[in-house]
Design a protein around this ligand. Sequence first.
Ligand SMILES: [Zn+2]
Length: 224
Amino acid sequence: MTDSPDAAAVREEQPLSPEGPGDDAVSELDPQTRERRAAALARVRTFGDPVLKSRATEVTRFGPELEGEAADMISIMRDALGVGLAAIQLGIMHRLLVVQAGLDATPSAIVNPVLEWLSDDLAIAIEGCLSLPGVTVEVERPLHARVRGRDPHGEPVLVEASGLEARVLQHEIDHLDGVLILDRTEPEQRKGALRALREGETYSPPSTTDEDSRTEDDRAPEEA
Ligand SMILES: [Zn+2]
């Protein structure tokens, strides 16, 4: 790994949203998909719900029940067209997340995930969140991450992730600590997003222009 901007600018195949497509994309979905998505989203706690500000506790009981819960979360995530979901978003206060970073990726569940290592290389990308309907903001995160945890049966798992997968894992682990993307973005975007959430409107970050001090190389591509 070098320090050159190019090395940091790994292109993410799915530029957006750790947790799902933007509202523009949703209007193009077929009716059944939209209906399934709405039903899944109805189960997800949204902004203002105190659970989203809480820290989830360690899982101590592994086995079939936890596996069933993870399977349920995976189907909600997929129906919602998300790429990740934390148990806390369903009001279940323990440390369990599911992730499927891309349509072709195999969904997996990680219990008691710990971010064991993060790269110095950072990238900014636009993120959305199933718990923050209609809102996207820019979030800077390490490009690579190593996560240690367990599967629902208690077997150790180790995930070396890059790009979108690394971003989703960090987003979901943040949820388990009561941290939202609003806490990770710059003050102006946070303000705009909070206003939109209060007023039931949508928010997306202003497009970067020349006056912005960031270089193109620092940015992941925007939502297509
Ligand atoms: Zn989220």
